[in-house]
Every structure is written in C-alpha cells, then in structure tokens.
Design a protein around this ligand. Sequence first.
Ligand SMILES: [Ca+2]
Ligand SMILES: [Ca+2]
Length: 344
Amino acid sequence: MAAPPTPAAPSVWTNSLGMPFVRVPAGSFWMGSDESAQTLAQAFPRLEPKRFTLLGDEAPVHRVHIRRAFYLGQHEVTVGQFRRFIEASGYRPESEADGTGGYGYNPDYDPATTARGDAFEGRNPRYSWRNPGFVQGDDHPVVNVTWNDAQALAAWLSRTEGHRYRLPTEAEWEYACRAGTRTRYPHGDAPAGLVSEANVFDQAAAPYWPRWQQHALPGNDGYAFTAPVGRFAPNAFGLYDMLGNAWEWVSDWHSDTYYAQSPPSDPQGPAEGSVRVRRGGSWHTWAFYARCAFRNWNSPQTRYTLVGMRLVRETDEEDGIRDVPRESLSVPIETGAGPVKPIK
Ligand SMILES: [Ca+2]
Ligand SMILES: [Ca+2]
C-alpha cells in the first residue's frame, strides 16, 4: 500500500536582506468575528465584562476574496534585517530622526507614578529599535518601528530589488493568519492552547508584570520578552508568529464601521483615517487580544516595544519563482461552512 501523501513544503524565496517569503495562494475566507459577549465571557472568565462589548469593529463577519496570490514574509522583520536596511540605505527611523526616541522596559519604572499609566517608559531617546529595554538578538522581531518606517523599508526594497514590496492589507493579513481556519486561533478556540503555539503573555512574562499576573496563560512558552522568530510551529501556509511575538502593522486605516461596507474583493481599508491597524498581538498580549480577528491601531508615527512588521512582496510574471500548485497545499482554502450568524 502506498504511503499517504505528505503535505508539500512551502516554496520559500529569500530577498536581499535575508527575509524568507512564502507564497500565499489566492482564495476566499470569512473575515472578522461576531461572537457574543456571553460566549466570550465564558471563554475568558477573568476579564471584566465591559471588554467584551468593545469589539464592534470585528463584525459583521463577511466573505472576502483575495484574488491574487502574494508572497508574505515567513517571519516578522528581524532586528538584523532592519539593521542591514539602515546600513545600506542611510534611512533614519522616526524614533531617532525626530529625537523623541521610543519606549522601553525598565524594571525601575513605575506606571502608577505617571499620568498615562503606561506599561513602558517613554518616549525617551534612550529607547529605539536598537534598544527596547530588554535583550534582543539579531533574530528577534524588530520593535519600536513606526508604520512610516515600514513604508520606508518597503519602498527601499522595491527600489533596490525591482520587486514591489508593501505592508499586507488587513484582509490579506487575517486571511494569512487563519490559513483556512475559522476559529479564534489557528489551533482552535481554547485560549490555553495558545501557549504552545505562540509567544504571548504567559508564566514566563508574568513575574515581570505582577499587576497583570492573573491574565497570564497558565503555561510557560519560554519567553518573557520577544523570542527569536520561528520558534513556534508554522501555520498551514508555512508562516510563523502571525500571533504573538510582535504586533504587525498592516496597510489599512482603521474604521469601526468598515466591515459593514467592505468590498468583497481585495478590500484596501477606508480611504482615509487617522490611525493604522496593527494585528496579531505580541509577547506582552493576553490571549483574548491575540485572536485572529482582533484589531488594534495606532497613529502612523507610533513606535512601541510591542509593535513590529512583516512585509508582502507582490508576485509578478517574470521573476522565475515556481508557483506552488494550489492542489499541493495542505490547507483547504475554501471552507464550506457559512458564518455562524447571517451576515447583516
Ligand atoms: Ca511569552
Ligand atoms: Ca506577530
């Protein structure tokens, strides 16, 4: 008897800065979440009920078609890759160019004594992508980078390589994160399962943040701060750390009401806005906020210890990259089931 076929390994292409990209095929998916406050309260019993009423921007769940395959960074952009970009281009990241710095972890910093009560010290010129206040190797995700810094990196790569780079759209990001799944997380709905799948707020991080200890997942993922990229299992598209490690900027402006008006094919987000979306949660993020559907946002100038990026390289006809036949992918792109509730 023949052995069952093994899923094809993703086709990986590496750019001039050493960033591996995997091809994400065109397809359709259900975007967003319309879970009720009651359902969420059962799954996350330690959270205050008001948190479950603030998720209106995740609904309605709506069908989205991604009409074109794209290459997505297999990992978050790393410190080493960002350094090579800075050295080759002469670009000055916003945190250094505007002189106000970034944010950082300082064990002596007391949020209770500050007006904003922020978890991290900043802005402060001692902090930037070079120093978030905790140790990072070159293989950790770069943080303290702004949406504008991501634009600069994409523009420089496009110019020097002749391929078109950009941030993913919010729809491309969620499609890539879900990789054929409909659940809260790619592994399923159970928050506790996330600790073995992603670097989030867990028992490794909790001792550094005693105030939020009760929100730490019960397991230990091994990382109190950022982890080297690719330490957890990839999703069905071969992508690592879509959830956790560092939040990832996407290209869209944020609007609370966008999903109700979103075009079904290749949505690009609102035409204008004041804040850009970030996705996926980070090493410091509670499981509730590391769901595939959760949306967060900041101004394009925001730099923070939790926020990094991952780039798209668009496909083109002449680049000689071997396209993976859709049939060989291990994930069903189309899910037969409709949304739990009818789309309004
Ligand atoms: Ca962790
Ligand atoms: Ca991430």
